[in-house]
Design a protein around this ligand. Structure first.
Ligand SMILES: NC(=O)c1ccc[n+]([C@@H]2O[C@H](COP(=O)([O-])OP(=O)(O)OC[C@H]3O[C@@H](n4cnc5c(N)ncnc54)[C@H](O)[C@@H]3O)[C@@H](O)[C@H]2O)c1
Length: 360
């Protein structure tokens, strides 16, 4: 039998689901044949825009489609587990949005189920496929920075709560606030660049100063603020992590805080032979990376000329390659689970107001 040349995909979710549609549109070996979402007008609009033949409401209807190999799961966080389990049971490969799940217990169920079903489980850590991140990762893994001993990772917004009163600010549905929403991206980027070291301890604090007072909603948000908009999660989190090789990682994330940052994220990395700083303001794709070294004993600073990339297209390319060629996938469900375990530990440390040991 000739090897299968194209993966037939269903996308579940019509919000950030659009990023997946854009990504698959750039993937020569993947085709989206079905789209599901409860918001039927938006779903039909996207189906027309991306030329998708089948649309459904509930995800179970999409999973019953007879001709699908894989799905993208792009639904609110509390649905990542049930939708992924149902998709795996239906024999589909799964690309799930970040965070993998609301907590590690749910994430473990997903990773175990994928293993049992012998299906690919990948996670959309799309920020890894920025050109600045790819370069820093490549240089770090080739040893160019020497021994990396300190990394600062941040994502700070002045007024960027995605939707006050929506599932994002509901603890039960989201699992947390900016830490699980934005922090998971920069935590992943930092650990990926560091070579996925084992984290031993975490000391953290969380705050909810603006959100509960109805302040800090994102002016450009897709969601309308409701009258009784409840805010049940943190609006700022800070954490200090120690790895088994003696390196440390400082994390700072906020949806809303009195800061000069508009919507800014990045990494500062210090190694024994060089350093780098990625600072992304308002989702810029170029002129975001500086590297630091020595030239004949004189400190240098260089600004690599970056290309614009599409993060989801990069993740989707690896997902499809893993399905068709059997290549190991990264970012994988296991990496997603590792990050959620750390997020659990960060929330635990903040609750207990002390350092915690991972796995304690
Ligand atoms: N990687 C990124 O850059 C990025 C950006 C934004 C959101 N996300 C992630 O994507 C996920 C979704 O976030 P969002 O902003 O799109 O939320 P959203 O609320 O805008 O959209 C959620 C979608 O899920 C659909 N849905 C809900 N229940 C369903 C069901 N039973 N069957 C079928 N569809 C159902 C809704 O109809 C809607 O289309 C979250 O996990 C979020 O963390 C990732």
């Amino acid at each position: 039998m000739a090897p299968q040349e194209r993966v037939r995909v269903g996308v579940i979710g019509c919000g950030a689901g659009q990023f997946h549609l854009e990504g698959y549109a750039q993937e020569p070996r993947g085709t989206v044949v079905a789209l599901a979402g409860l918001d039927s007008d938006r779903c039909r609009e996207l189906a027309t825009q991306y030329d998708i033949p089948h649309t459904y409401g509930d995800y179970r209807e999409l999973l019953a489609h007879p001709d699908l190999d894989a799905v993208s799961v792009v639904v609110p966080n509390h649905l990542h587990l049930p939708v992924t389990l149902a998709a795996l049971e239906a024999g589909k490969h799964v690309l799930v949005e970040k965070p993998l799940a609301r907590n590690a217990a749910e994430g473990e169920e997903m990773v175990d189920a994928a293993r049992r079903a012998d299906r690919v489980l990948a996670i959309a850590f799309n920020r890894r496929h920025r050109h600045d991140m790819e370069l820093v990762h490549q240089h770090a893994r080739a040893g160019g920075f020497g021994r990396i001993y300190y990394v600062k990772a941040f994502w700070m917004r002045r007024a960027g709560i995605p939707g006050l009163g929506t599932w994002f600010t509901n603890k039960e549905q989201a699992g947390g606030g900016p830490l699980i929403d934005l922090g998971v991206h920069v935590l992943d980027m930092a650990l990926w660049v560091m070579g996925n070291p084992r984290v031993l301890t975490v000391s953290a604090a969380t705050y909810a100063e603006l959100g509960p007072r109805g302040k800090g909603n994102w002016a450009g948000a897709r969601f309308k603020v409701t009258e009784e908009a409840r805010y049940e999660v943190e609006d700022l989190a800070t954490a200090f992590l120690r790895t088994e090789d003696g390196a440390t990682l400082q994390l700072e994330v906020a949806w809303a805080a009195y800061t000069g940052a508009t919507d800014e994220f990045g990494l500062t990395l210090m190694g024994s032979e060089g350093g780098a700083e990625i600072h992304v303001k308002d989702y810029a794709l170029t002129d975001t990376l500086r590297t630091f070294g020595d030239f004949e004993g004189v400190p240098t600073e260089c600004r690599p000329r970056l290309q614009k990339t599409h993060g989801h297209a990069g993740v989707i390319h690896k997902f499809v390659a893993s399905i068709l060629d059997g290549a190991p996938v990264s970012p994988s469900g296991e990496e997603g689970l590792d990050r959620v375990r750390l997020i659990d530990a960060i929330y635990r440390s903040a609750d207990l107001k002390r350092e915690v040991t991972i796995g304690e």
